[in-house]
Design a protein around this ligand. Structure first.
Ligand code: ADP
Length: 400
C-alpha cells in the first residue's frame, strides 16, 4: 500500500485545526478542530468524510493531550497516525523569518531556528513548536514538514521589505517586513493565473485576502513583490480586530498622555481595534445587517475598511505597473459582494469594470466577476491553505 495521505496541523495558542488529505484523489478523509485547550470547556469536533461529526467536550490540558485525542478520533475511522497510508505531517508555522524561504523537512536544527524566531512571533511560533514536538513524539519516524506563512513573501525586494529606520537597529532586532498569509497568497495567485488560462509567470495579480485577519499582496509573475502585513500581522488593512496602518506616534501618545502600558496598547491594537473597535462588531455579515437598518456607526466602520482597501489596490497597481487580475479571497473576500463592489467602485479609469450580476452570484468555485471588456480581470478565488500545505508537504516528503 503506498502512502498518499498528509495530515495538516495548524496549532494555535489554544487550538489545533487539522485536515487529513489524500493526495492520490484529492479527497479529505477527515477534518476537525480542538479548541479551548487548557480550559475546563475544551471541545473536539471531528468530521470524517461522508460521516456524522463527533463532538467531545471536557478538559483537554495541553497540546500533547489534544493531539492524542485527535489521533484517537482518527483511529476510530481507521485513519490512525500509525496508518501505513500516512506519508507525512505538514505543519503551518507562522514565522519563518528570513531563513525559511521554502517548506522545510523538520529536524533539530529547524526546530532550533523556529525557536530563535519566537521574539518576532511571540504569539504564534511557541504554539506551532509545541504542535510539531508533540507530533514528532507520536510519529518520530514520519517526515514532518514546516510550511511557513512568511515564505512566499521572502521574494520581496529590500525596497519593500525594509522599514525606513536606522539600519543597524533594524538588523540587530530583525525588524523588517516579513508579511503573513503567504500560503494563501501563493495558492490564490496561482489559482488566479489558472483561471485566466495562463502560467503564473505570465500574470501580475493583486491578491486581497480578507478574513478576520486581512492582507493584500502584489504578485509579479508568480513572485511576491509587496505585501501589506509587516514585522507582525498588525500592519496594513483594517481587519476584524486589528487597526492595520497607523502613525507609530499614536503609540507614544497613548503611553505618554493616555498612560497606557505596552501590553495594553498591544491588546488595543490587535484585539480591540479594526472593525470591532470602530463599531463593536467584527463580522461583516452583522455589519452589513446593521447598515441595512440605517446604523451610522456600522456604515462608518465599513467606509473606513473600504477606504484603506482601495488605497492598497491603488498602491499595488502602482507597484506592479501592469495588473492582469485582482483576486478576492477568504471569508469576507469570498462572501461579501458589497465589500467587493465598494472596493473597486470608481476605479473604471484603472480598467476595473465589475459585473454586478456576476458579483452577486454565490458559489464555492473560483469565478470571474468583471465584465468581458474589463482590462483588469476581477475574480473571486476561494483560498485553500490546507491543500497548499498538503501539496507542498507531499512534494517534499511523499514517496513519489
Ligand atoms: P480567519 O481565517 O481570518 O479567521 P475567515 O477567512 O474564515 O477568517 O473569515 C472570517 C470572516 O469572514 C468573518 O469574521 C466574517 O466577517 C466574514 N464572513 C464569513 N461569511 C460571510 C458572509 N456570508 N458574508 C459576509 N462576510 C462573511
Amino acid at each position: 500500500m503506498s502512502a498518499t495521505r498528509v495530515l495538516v496541523l495548524n496549532s494555535g495558542s489554544s487550538s489545533v485545526k487539522y485536515q487529513l488529505l489524500d493526495m492520490r484523489d484529492g479527497s479529505r478523509p477527515a477534518q476537525g478542530l480542538v479548541e479551548r485547550i487548557g480550559e475546563q470547556s475544551s471541545r473536539l469536533k471531528h468530521t470524517p468524510l461522508g460521516g456524522e461529526a463527533r463532538e467531545r467536550t471536557g478538559p483537554i490540558a495541553d497540546h500533547d493531550a489534544a493531539l492524542k485525542a485527535v489521533a484517537d478520533e482518527l483511529a476510530k475511522d481507521g485513519l490512525g497516525l500509525d496508518s501505513p497510508e500516512l506519508a507525512a505531517i505538514g505543519h503551518r508555522v507562522v514565522h519563518g523569518g528570513k531563513t525559511f524561504t521554502e517548506p522545510t523537512v523538520i529536524d533539530e536544527t529547524v526546530l532550533a531556528e523556529i525557536e530563535r524566531l519566537i521574539p518576532v512571533a511571540p504569539l504564534h511560533n511557541p504554539a506551532n513548536l509545541t504542535g510539531i514536538r508533540t507530533a514528532m513524539a507520536l510519529r518520530p519516524d514520519l517526515p514532518q514538514v514546516a510550511v511557513f506563512d512568511t515564505a512566499f513573501h521572502t521574494t520581496m525586494p529590500e525596497s519593500a521589505a525594509r522599514y525606513a529606520i536606522d539600519v543597524e537597529t533594524a538588523d540587530a532586532h530583525r525588524v523588517r517586513r516579513y508579511g503573513f498569509h503567504g500560503t494563501s497568497h501563493a495558492y490564490v495567485s496561482r489559482a488566479t493565473a489558472q483561471l485566466l488560462g495562463k502560467a503564473p509567470e505570465e500574470v501580475n495579480v493583486i491578491v486581497l485576502h480578507l478574513g478576520n485577519g486581512a492582507s493584500a499582496s502584489a504578485v509579479r509573475g508568480g513572485r511576491c513583490v509587496d505585501t501589506s502585513m509587516g514585522l507582525t500581522p498588525l500592519e496594513g488593512l483594517v481587519m476584524g480586530t486589528r487597526s492595520g496602518d497607523l502613525d507609530p506616534a499614536v503609540i507614544f501618545h497613548l503611553m505618554r498622555v493616555g498612560k497606557m502600558s505596552t501590553d495594553e496598547i498591544d491588546t488595543l491594537l490587535n484585539k480591540k481595534s479594526g472593525l470591532i473597535g470602530l463599531c463593536g462588531d467584527n463580522d461583516m455579515r452583522e455589519i452589513r445587517r446593521r447598515i441595512d437598518e440605517g446604523d451610522e456607526q456600522a456604515k462608518l466602520a465599513f467606509d473606513i475598511y473600504i477606504h484603506r482597501l482601495k488605497k492598497y489596490i491603488g498602491a499595488y497597481y502602482a507597484v506592479l505597473g501592469r495588473v492582469d487580475a485582482i483576486a478576492f479571497t477568504a471569508g469576507v473576500g469570498e462572501n461579501a459582494a458589497p465589500v467587493r463592489e465598494a472596493a473597486v467602485a470608481g476605479l473604471e479609469e484603472l480598467g476595473l469594470l465589475l459585473d454586478p450580476e456576476l458579483n452577486a452570484v454565490r458559489a464555492d468555485e473560483a469565478r470571474l466577476i468583471s465584465r468581458a471588456n474589463s482590462r483588469v480581470t476581477i475574480a473571486v478565488v476561494p483560498t485553500d491553505e490546507e491543500l497548499e500545505i498538503a501539496t507542498q508537504t507531499y512534494a517534499l516528503a511523499g514517496d513519489n
